[in-house]
Design a protein around this ligand. Structure first.
Ligand code: SAM
Length: 278
């Protein structure tokens, strides 16, 4: 079925559990999402700046089976589902997703920086996991990629959200799993990085048509940050609008932008046995 026109390229400030039931069956081509992990996450900035706010729904994962069921319903046959997770909640996500999808990989996003945690009693966390699952079968587009994805994190000075994901990483996943003009759903959109990745496919890859998005985010502040970044109705004017980064005053903005690391440098961030021959 078709996604109702009113939702096409929309970033809605809405509870996804109320929104998803409004969608017809089999109406989107990809689900790419970064849900709350059920760990009550609080950013732990070392610099004396305000901590980024906690976000909703991060208390437990009781909502997960119902969510996966809705995702399977709204996704077209022979399409993909990417879901960010982390090492300690991976088993819960794996179980819920594998009940309705074929899990194909656990992708590892390797960052150029690491989080804090127990500074003396644990290894510095420098990676996140992305479950890659399929409803039916669809071949991936483009050259074969490793399941280890080295991408720079969004510099903390540019983040409007504690767990904001780099647009370049999301764009890779969108391009591997969709064709131009297909529709990408992100129900837990945060600042809307998935929407920016959809629009970016046009600019970066030279495709004649970009991907369309439909995003929901419960928190008004994150939603507003996304709109300032050029999503929602304004998204149609995307090329004339500042990107999310520009929500930060220009003088505070470092020159570094989230961009794929050169392979040689990315290799340096990996353990020896994971390095890719250059
Ligand atoms: C891990 S964050 C996503 C961050 C996003 N990937 C980004 O780059 O900005 C998860 C988001 O889901 C939102 N959320 C939690 N429960 C929700 C719900 N029921 N409906 C919509 N959004 C929800 C939270 O407010 C939070 O911003």
């Amino acid at each position: 079925m078709k996604l109702p026109e009113e939702y096409c390229d929309e970033f809605l400030c809405e509870n996804c559990f109320k929104f998803l039931p409004k969608l017809p069956d089999e109406c989107v081509d990809l689900v790419l999402t970064d849900p709350p992990y059920g760990i009550d996450y609080q950013s732990n900035r070392r610099v004396a700046r305000e901590k980024l706010p906690k976000f909703e729904g991060d208390v437990d994962l009781s909502w997960l089976p119902r969510f996966v069921e809705e995702i399977e319903r709204v996704l077209k046959p022979n399409r993909h589902f990417y879901c960010f997770t982390r090492f300690d909640t991976y088993p819960v996500f794996y179980k819920a997703i594998s009940e309705r999808f074929k899990i194909k990989n656990c992708l590892i996003w390797v960052k150029n920086n690491h989080g804090s945690g127990d500074l003396k009693g644990s290894y510095a966390p420098q990676s996140e996991m992305i479950i890659f699952a399929a409803k039916g079968r669809r071949e991936l587009f483009g050259p074969r990629e490793s399941d280890v994805l080295p991408y720079k994190n969004v510099p903390s000075a540019l983040r409007a959200h504690a767990t904001q994901k780099p647009v370049d990483l999301l764009r890779l996943l969108v391009e591997k799993s969709t064709l131009p003009e297909e529709i990408v759903l992100d129900p837990f959109a945060g600042t809307g990085s998935t929407g920016l990745a959809c629009k970016d496919t046009l600019r970066q890859k030279g495709d004649k048509k970009e991907r369309f998005y439909v995003l929901t985010e419960l928190n008004r502040d994150f939603h507003r940050a996304g709109l300032r970044g050029g999503l929602g109705r304004q998204g149609r004017l995307w090329q004339n609008l500042p990107r999310i980064e520009s929500a930060v005053p220009a003088k505070k903005r470092p020159v570094v932008r989230s961009r794929r690391m050169p392979r040689a440098r990315a290799n340096e961030t990996l353990p020896l046995d994971l390095r890719i021959p250059t």
